[in-house]
Design a protein around this ligand. Sequence first.
Ligand SMILES: Nc1ccn([C@@H]2O[C@H](COP(=O)(O)OP(=O)(O)OP(=O)(O)O)[C@@H](O)[C@H]2O)c(=O)n1
Ligand SMILES: C[C@](O)(CO)[C@H](O)COP(=O)(O)O
Length: 228
Amino acid sequence: MTWAIVPAAGRGTRFGGERPKQYLPLAGRTVIEHSLRAVLSHDDVDGVVVALSPEDADWPGWREIGGKPVLTCVGGAERADSVLAALHALPATVDADQWVLVHDAARPCLRAQDLARLLQIGQADPVGALLAAPVRDTLKRADDLGKSQATEPREHLWRALTPQLFRRGGLTRALEAALRAGVRPTDEAMAMERLGLRPCLVEGREDNLKITTPADLALAEFLLSNGA
Ligand SMILES: Nc1ccn([C@@H]2O[C@H](COP(=O)(O)OP(=O)(O)OP(=O)(O)O)[C@@H](O)[C@H]2O)c(=O)n1
Ligand SMILES: C[C@](O)(CO)[C@H](O)COP(=O)(O)O
């Protein structure tokens, strides 16, 4: 039994606009609906808890998607707070040693084959796993004037994606420890790494992009509308 958690309590400030980006129209649905359907599409995934902003006025009120239960909870100030709230809102039947998938509401282009590989590899790992993409561009470090001052070595550098797969109990403890220490993990793997644990990096598609700016939405529209 694996449950999903979808943090969807963000305001989308970098995107701009009135409506939070997760509720913008995309390829006949909304961003969040694509993300929910994608993470629920695997037979091993039994349901989802969605963390919503207390001010959310757009949530459609889904109670199930594809015959699977959709629960909600109130998210927090940062993504990590929202994920932790959703971990606590999982059904009591989800034991501490059961796997939980955390997937951004803002990542609508997740492909079934990436999700299947993550589950297959991650469930065989003692710690867990995350989808990620190796860095393929040259990386520059900017100075205060926006000039390129150095080139950073890119060997062994990956971009973290989602979903990320960890056991409910271990992830809950890792996030609570990080937040208690005043650390705001930007992803679940960071909370695990802090404890000296090494999640498995599972190479995922580069087009599993996070909708952060309007250009990302245009690209996602092309990808999802053209079956690319
Ligand atoms: N307090 C927060 C902040 C973010 N998220 C979620 O985490 C995912 C990734 O975060 P990001 O892309 O940064 O979304 P926003 O925080 O909305 O964007 P911004 O930083 O531009 O405001 C999104 O699905 C977002 O809804 C969340 O659940 N709770
Ligand atoms: C979780 C994540 O999508 C992995 O790259 C990313 O860390 C989210 O960061 P954001 O600043 O909350 O968008």
